[in-house]
Design a protein around this ligand. Sequence first.
Ligand code: ATP
Length: 560
Amino acid sequence: MRAGARALLRQAVPSPRRGAPGVAAGILQAVSTVALLACSAYLITRASEQPPVLYLSMAVVGVRAFALAKAVFRYLERYASHDAVFRQLSDIRVGVLARLIPLAPDGLSRSRRGSVLSAVVDDVDDMQNVWLRARLPLLTSAGVSLASVVFVAFFSVPAAVWLLVSLVLCVVVSVALSSAVAARSDRELSPRRARLADAAIDYVQSLDVLTAYGALPAAQERIHAADAELTRAQRARAVAESSVSALNGLFAGAASLGALVLAAPALGITLSGPMLAVVVLVPLAVFEVVASLPLALASRRSVRASAERIAATIPDERPPEIPADSEPRQGEPSPLPATGPAALTLSDLRVRWPGAASATIDGLDLDVRPGERVWLDGESGSGKTTLAHTLVRFLGYEGSARLGGHELSALPTRTVREHIGLIEQTPYLFNDTIRQNLLFARDTADGEELEHALQLVGLGDWLAERGGLDARVGERGALVSGGQAQRIALARALLHEFPILVLDEPTANVDQQHAESLLTELLGAAARGGRTVILISHDDVPEHLVDRRLRMASGRLAAR
Ligand SMILES: Nc1ncnc2c1ncn2[C@@H]1O[C@H](COP(=O)(O)OP(=O)(O)OP(=O)(O)O)[C@@H](O)[C@H]1O
C-alpha cells in the first residue's frame, strides 16, 4: 500500500477525544439492545408464573428504560460519530484539493477527468466508512460480545462458553465467506466507479464528434459495459452481505439452542425459569449486534481501495515540473510595481512538460520591456503555448525568468498570476450569464463598468442585441461564437487589470476574413493604459499594432 494511502486512512480516524463519545454511545446502545431483550425475556416468563404485580415492576421499568436508552444512545452514537467523521472528512477533502490545485491544469493533463472527479468526490466520501462502517462496529461488537459472555457466565458457565464459541465460529465463517464472495469486488468498487464516470464524461464531452462519426452506439456500449462491471461488483457485495446475514441467523439459533441444552440441567437448582429464558434469549440479541462485523471487513477492503486510488490520482509529491502553489504572506507588500507592468527577462529558459523525456523550451532568451507589444509566431509545436503556461506558472522551469527583477519561482504563484494574465486559445466560459462570467474577474464591478469593458472589446452592440448582461452564454460558451468568447475573455482580463496580458492564438476559432479585424480590436483594447501584451498568433498582425515580431522554432527564438 502506498504511504499516501496509509496516511489518508490514518487521517480518516478521529482523534481519541473526538471519537470516544461515538464509541461510548455505540457500546451503550448495543448493551441496551441486549439488556432490553434480557429484561423482556425475564418479564414474560416471570409473568407466566403469575406472581404479585409488585415483583414484576422492576422488570417493567427495565424494559421501558432500555427501550428508551436504545433509541437515545442510537441517536447519540449517530450524532457523535458522524460529527467526528465529517470533521475528519472536511480535513481530508481540503488536503486533497490543496494537493490538486498546484497540479492544475498542466500537472493533470495526463489524468482522466472522470478519475480525478471520482477521486475527489466519491473516494473522499468513502473515507467516512473507515470509522463509521469499519472501526466503530468492530469496537462496539467486541465490547458488547465480551460484556454479554460475562453476563451469561453469572448464570451458567457452560452456556457462556458456548456463546463465546458460537460467536468466534460465526465471525470466522462469515469473514471467510464474505472474503471468498466479495473480496475482489470490494476492492474493485472504487476503480469501477471511476471507469463509469470516465466513460460518461467522455460521452457527454465528445457528443458532437461521436455524433458526426456515427460512433454514438460504441460510446454508449462503453458506458453500459462500465455500468455492468460496477453492478457486478455491487451485486457480489450484496450476495456476500445476505449470505452473511443468513449465516448469522443460523449461528444465533444454534447459540440459543445450545444455551438451552447446556443450562437446562441447572433449572430449579441454581437457575430459575425466568433466568433460563434470559440465558437462552440473550445470544439472539448479541448476534444482532455482531452481524455488522463481516460488513465492517468488507468496508475496510473498499475504503483501502479508495485511499489507494486517491493516492494514485493525486500524488503526494508534485512532479518537479509543477510549481508549488504559494500564497503571499499576509500583510507582505508585493515586490512588483503597484501600477503598470514590470519588465520580463527570460534567459536560458528550459521547460519540460510533466512526464516528457525532453525539454520543450530549450535555451530561450527574451527581454520584454514594460508596455511593449510583442507578437510571437512560429511553427506549430515550437513551444509558444508552453511559454505562455510557464509565464503564468502552470509549468515550472529551469534557467531564469525574472519579473521586475524577481525570479518567478521565488515569487508567490498568486502574485505572478495577479500580474500576468493568460487568455487561452479556447477561453473557459462558465454556463451562466455574461454578468457572472465578468464578475468572476472583479466582483465589485457594477453594471456600467461591465458594459464599458464589453464596449472596449467591441461587444457593445452584441450585448444590446442579446438583451443585456443577464443573457446566458451556454455550456462552455456554446451560445457565443469563438471570436465573441475571445472578446468576453479579454473583457474579463481588462476588468481584472492585469499589467501583462498574454493572448494565445485569439483567432484560432475565427475565420481568416475576420481574424485581422479581431486582432486589431483585441490588441487595441489589450494595450490600453500602457499594458504589456504578448500576442501569440499564426495570423498576420498589422505591423503598426506591435513593437516587435519574434519567431519561435524548436523551443527557442529563431533569428529573424
Ligand atoms: N499537456 C501537454 N503535455 C505534454 N506535452 C505537451 C502538452 N501540451 C503540449 N505539449 C508538447 O509541447 C510541445 C509544444 O507544444 P505547444 O502547444 O507549446 O506548441 P505551440 O507552438 O503553441 O503550437 P501551436 O501553434 O500548434 O499551438 C509539443 O511537442 C507538444 O506535444
